[in-house]
Design a protein around this ligand. Structure first.
Ligand code: FES
Length: 160
């Protein structure tokens, strides 16, 4: 979406119009755009702002606050490491550091081949099986540092 096509502009305007009657439409609009395109770059935020009258700063604030919105395209596999309290005390920091080391990227980044994105998450509601890692919606319980390389290898080899 680096230069928006006419079709993309139409689609985004249609998404904005879908919620025109809502009092607080922003989250719904952004969720639909995120689902449709996988990310919400600045030019799309500007378009949403023009269409809805919501200031770009407010839109940007929402997009950057919630981890399920993204400014950049995400990888095929999004590895979300929970850093909530329960996971943290059970070694989540070491796990995210290991994932970061194996993939060669920092949290928030995507590998050059577009395969993996690494995200740091707040509590994902799986505290009982901490530390938890979520890959494209699948939750891996009681993750260990030693298990990280094999898990990533499984996804690389398409065997996950
Ligand atoms: S703190 Fe990680 S799942 Fe709750």
């Amino acid at each position: 979406m680096s230069r928006l096509s006419e079709a993309a502009v139409e689609k985004i305007n249609a998404i904005c119009d879908r919620y025109a009657e809502e009092k607080t439409p922003l989250m719904m609009i952004l969720s639909d755009i995120q689902k449709e395109y996988g990310y919400i770059p600045l030019e799309v935020q500007e378009l949403v702002s023009e269409r809805t009258g919501i200031p770009v700063a407010e839109i940007y604030g929402v997009v950057t606050f919630y981890s399920f919105f993204s400014l950049k395209p995400k990888g095929k596999y999004v590895i979300g490491c929970c850093l909530g309290t329960a996971c943290y005390v059970k070694g989540a920091k070491q796990i995210i550091e290991k994932v970061s080391e194996v993939l060669g990227i920092k949290p928030g980044e995507t590998t050059a081949d577009g395969m993996f994105t690494l995200d740091a998450l707040r509590c994902i509601g799986a505290c009982g099986i901490a530390p938890a890692v979520n890959i494209n919606g699948k939750v891996y319980p009681k993750m260990t540092v030693d298990a990280v390389p094999a898990l990533i290898e499984k996804y690389k080899g398409g065997k996950a």
